[in-house]
Design a protein around this ligand. Sequence first.
Ligand code: F0G
Length: 457
Amino acid sequence: MHPFHTIIEPFRIKSVETWKFTTRDERVAALARARHNVFQLAAEDVLIDLLTDSGTGAMSSAQWGALINSDESYAGSRSFYRFEAVVRDLTGFTHIIPTHQGRAAERILFHTILHPGQIVPNNNHFDTTRANIEVEDAEARDLVIAEGRQPSVIHPFKGNIDLAALEALLDRDGDRVPLVMVTVTNNSGGGQPVSLANLRGVRALCDRYKKPFFLDACRFAENAWFIKQREEGQADRTPKAIAREVFGLADGCTMSAKKDGLANIGGFLAMNSDEWAEQCRNLLILTEGFPTYGGLAGYDLEAIARGLEEVVEEPYLRYRIRSTAYLAEKIAAADVPIIQPPGGHAVYIDARSMLPHIPPLQYPGIALLNALYVEAGVRGVEIGTVMFGRQPDGSERPAEMDLVRLAIPRRVYTQSHIDYVAEAVIYVAKMREQLRGYRITSAPKVLRHFTAAFDPL
Ligand code: F0G
């Protein structure tokens, strides 16, 4: 090893995209046109877009090369077999069912297996997972450990599921639980990892109560890196070996390849059960496409196959997790409250404690988000009362936390971009007393955060 400590981007840039700079006045006008919901902005009006790390990554030259070499046959394309081989090598699952993205895998799985009144436990359900369960009149139950609900509490694996709570649920209501899920990393809880020990514990409980165990595997590689860094006895293993063990503990997974697939679109559903797989494939044909393409082009399958190989490489993961921590350290040093320790794909600002003068039902997350956009052209996303506050009966109550997530697209932004973001966050934090809350003027019943309209108070 060389004597230098700087962790550099493990790539050089071959193609660039220049962006449009906007003025503050232009951003004020753009936000008003978007009815104060940053989801409704034209992306061109955004400078640094940290809305999501999903589908926003940069593909490698090897991925672009694979695109050209794809096979676009309707049935049995060579690109499908390559995709299937890579996914099977990584996960070990018998049935690999491509889908156009993660939520399609969720929808197909849950519509196939769920009955009204059933309960699906998870550490924290992501919003699409929750919605796809609730639409079947089943319950999505979050059982993350207590530390995972306290932003400032340091714990190496804040994504762990509470095994005692899971056991109690299986003991009391086991006949209503069709499967157990765990999300790696735990996005809704701050991109926090789940330990191998915890996953082994879930496996043991699932064996005891004869329940299938599924992973929401979107960020499996980042989770593997955290296990390597933080869990005893794991430091000398490769991320791929750790990831394989994690998949090996489960009976299946849903996956959005837009995250750790390093692709711009795609996903899959994988499982060992022949019976469920047959039913899922039947629904797949109805809504996604033939089982060897599942709503994807052959070139998408190629991009994912190559992406899944690149994402477990150590230099990539070291840089990836370090760049997120770098942003977190800079803003935390300026006393901006964030979820500690920082997650893998994003930094989560605790808007509720940053803006104590804005009550949760006036959406402190939206206040912070909109200020970041107006002042600096940076776009994040609220993970809080707007996203989770609406109850199935139509009432509203504060979500567990009001967070603003700054998600880092993979391989897209350089260190100076991140320095700019840190400066912007610190600038807005200094003017926090001037920020005001919002009220919702219109919103749909499901997944309201995407299209809700707001008025500043
Ligand atoms: N599960 C988790 C943990 C996710 O983070 C996402 C997407 C999905 C499932 C659904 O996958 O978008 O391909 O349908 N998360 C994105 C985000 C949208 O911004 O965190 P999808």
